[in-house]
Design a protein around this ligand. Structure first.
Ligand SMILES: *Cc1c(COP(=O)(O)O)cnc(C)c1O
Length: 392
């Protein structure tokens, strides 16, 4: 049936680096290779370009450049924010509030802190995948020192009520951290207006290079260092900076801000067309999460009577790449903790696929993927023991 395409629909797992970003990075590997801590021209050039990148990253979330610390990515930012604030404030209290649907970078960090004697409340979600700010408020205790709630969920694409939670945290004088790795470039972020004290970002989710990210910490938070050594990153993260990656991240952030509206319009049009066709043309399918409080390029779909790994394999064979559950757990049989939190039965969790659309995606790609999906789901249901049992 026609020519075979390669269609990548997993932009929430990672994105290709934009050509303009690569072009910006290249000179910093070769002629502009200086160490930003040195005082001669080539080192000062590196330092200057790093500070420009800090401004570009800060501008995407309405922060001040001096509030941006470069890290190795979203995972490190989450670990740093939560662990170091917990340790710093442990004399004040030992209670942390987070949610049941966080990325493992937050969830497993909290689990480690529980071993040290911290107590963690994991707030749940409603049937749309949304956290209720009232539940966060009700979980607050005199000893609560930190609230960490993700901005956009990576599986369901749900946009959480961050301004409301920020206001509650501020009212109680509790530090508020948000994992905004999926939100950056996809939803409006204003750390000042939203009362966000700390925020994690990652470059490779916004068409920048891998292995670089940022932790925003509001002036006055004064987060303790996590890596000791030289004086880099205001003595909070020692080690010679990865200037090419920092420059690339800065450029990617600048493009994300400049192209925000067209990016949202493009990806949401693709996503809506995809969802319309799937729900109309493939029976026994469900759209998960919130319809309006949603990442523009995310569709989470449950296909009854079929198993996700088989769908992924057959789709891959047809040239279509997507994810079941989160990328990090897709090699294990453990059902997704996010879909479990939604109250979804295990057999449906295993039939749930995340499709995420990006700037390079075209309508032809989407139609190709839907056509292949129709074939794949049809074939799998023919051989499915569940469908034959039910006489489907
Ligand atoms: C991808 C992702 C991370 C991890 O970021 P890395 O830069 O890959 O370490 C953290 N949180 C969320 C929500 C993510 O989607």
């Amino acid at each position: 049936m026609g020519e075979k395409r390669q269609v990548y629909l997993d932009y929430s797992a990672t994105t290709p680096v934009k050509r303009e970003v690569v072009d910006e990075m290249i000179p910093y590997f070769t002629e502009k290779f200086g160490n930003a801590s040195t005082l001669y021209t080539i080192g000062l050039d590196a330092k200057e370009s790093m500070e420009k990148a800090r401004e570009q990253v800060a501008a995407l979330i309405n922060a001040e450049p001096k509030e941006i610390l470069f890290t190795s990515g979203g995972t490190e930012s989450d670990n740093w924010a939560i662990t170091q604030i917990a340790h710093k404030l442990k004399a004040k209290g030992n209670h942390i509030i987070t949610s049941a649907i966080e990325h493992h970078a937050v969830l497993y960090t909290c689990k480690e802190l529980e071993k040290e004697g911290f107590e963690v409340t994991y707030v749940g979600i409603n049937e749309e995948g949304l956290i209720d700010p009232a539940e966060v408020r009700a979980a607050i205790r005199p000893e609560t020192i930190l609230i960490s709630i993700m901005f956009v969920n990576n599986e369901l694409g749900t946009v959480q009520p961050i301004p409301e939670i920020g206001a509650i945290a501020k009212e109680h004088g509790i530090i508020f951290h948000t994992d905004a790795v999926q939100a950056s470039g996809n939803v409006e972020i204003d750390v000042k207006a939203m009362n966000i004290d700390m925020l994690s970002m990652s470059s490779h989710k916004i068409y920048g290079p891998k292995g670089i990210g940022a932790l925003y910490t509001r002036t006055g938070i004064n987060i303790p260092a996590m890596i000791y050594g030289g004086a880099q990153e205001r003595k909070k993260r020692a080690g010679t900076e990865n200037i090419p990656a920092i420059v690339g991240f800065g450029k990617a952030a600048e493009l994300a801000k400049a192209n925000f509206e067209s990016h949202v319009a493009h990806t949401s049009a693709l996503r809506d067309h995809f969802v319309d066709r799937i729900l109309n043309e493939i029976p026994h399918t469900y759209f998960n999460g919130s319809k309006d409080k949603r990442h523009p390029g995310n569709a989470s779909i449950t296909f009854d009577f079929v198993e996700g790994e088989s769908i992924l394999l057959l789709l891959d064979y047809a040239g279509v790449a997507c994810s079941s559950g989160s990328a990090c757990s897709s090699r294990s049989l453990q059902p997704s903790h996010v879909l479990e939190a939604l109250g979804m039965p295990v057999h449906q969790i295993h039939g749930t696929i995340r499709f995420t659309f990006g700037d390079p995606t075209t309508m032809e790609d989407v139609d190709y993927a839907v056509d292949k999906l129709k074939m794949v789901i049809g074939r799998l249901r023919e051989i499915s023991p569940i469908t034959s049992e039910k006489g489907w």
